[in-house]
Design a protein around this ligand. Structure first.
Ligand code: PEP
Length: 264
């Protein structure tokens, strides 16, 4: 069975107390279920106010990771309301989401800004989860792969293979294919379509950075217990970036559990 990356994006939910209860329950459930770091990697992406309790409660090494949902590309300065990649690192994050569709569509992150954030995350020693995906209009116009390619190549423009090669046991970057129309809508991509997009992205990654390079490719967009086994068993899908279903330990872990029991 392949290793699964189960990543939870809490968006603007979960106050510090709620994050603490979540972490305690997560730790006890995963030890009861005997999760093993060879099989699963779990990352939580709380809102900034709840990162510190998550970092404090999760063990430093092993299957659990804490990440930020975004980060600005300068360390300090007159950027009202922003939190820098450096600050994410200082508070104890190891991971960061970059280019989530809500940042692109609501907060105006362009491909250029996403590229700068990606570069800065890497320079600060964070593992970025680069999010990308097409709108419904683009899918219906048959432009999906062209759009994915455009977003990925723009984000990678200033990145060298050395910066993202990881350390042998852990990746230096992850990709998260998230069709915009599937995020928070209850309507996931068909498994075959998600597989095609993830395979294409992995191939592009190899063409761009070199044939020996690889990285996990996640699918995100309305992943839940009932569709997890089919999506996660696709050859080029290494995990899930989960929004709504990551807010309760039960629904979050059911995603991995359903995949695991279907694959046995
Ligand atoms: C997300 O926020 O990245 C996401 C995929 O959300 P949801 O699982 O709720 O669709």
């Amino acid at each position: 069975m392949k290793k699964i990356f189960l990543y939870g994006n809490w968006k603007m939910h979960m106050l510090p107390k709620e994050a603490e209860s979540f972490c305690s329950e997560l730790l006890s459930c995963s030890s009861e279920k005997r999760y093993d770091e060879k099989c699963i990697d779990i990352a939580l992406f709380p809102p900034f106010i709840s990162i510190a309790p998550v970092v404090r409660l999760l063990p430093e090494n092993g299957i659990f990771k804490a990440g930020a949902q975004d980060g600005w590309y300068e360390d300090r300065g007159a950027y009202t309301g922003a939190v820098s990649m450096d600050m994410n690192r200082q508070i104890g994050c190891t991971h960061v989401l970059v280019g989530h569709s809500e940042r692109r569509s609501i907060f105006g992150d362009t491909d250029d800004i996403v590229g700068r954030k990606l570069k800065q995350a890497l320079q600060k020693g964070l593992v970025p989860v680069l999010c990308f995906g097409e709108t419904l209009e683009q899918r219906e116009a048959g432009q999906t792969l062209a759009i994915l390619g455009k977003q990925l190549l723009a984000a990678w423009r200033e990145i060298e293979a050395d910066e993202i090669k990881g350390n042998g046991s852990y990746p230096g970057i992850l990709l998260a294919y998230e069709p915009v129309w599937a995020i928070g809508t209850g309507r996931n991509a068909k498994a075959a379509d998600a597989q095609e997009a993830c395979a294409y992205s992995r191939q592009l990654f190899k063409e761009h950075f070199g044939d020996t390079m690889n990285c996990p490719v996640l699918y995100g967009g309305s992943v839940k217990d009932s569709n997890a086994a089919e999506l996660l068993s696709q050859k080029d899908i290494d995990g899930a970036l989960v929004g709504g279903a990551s807010l309760k330990v039960g629904s979050f872990l059911a995603i991995y559990d359903n995949y695991r029991s279907a694959s046995l």
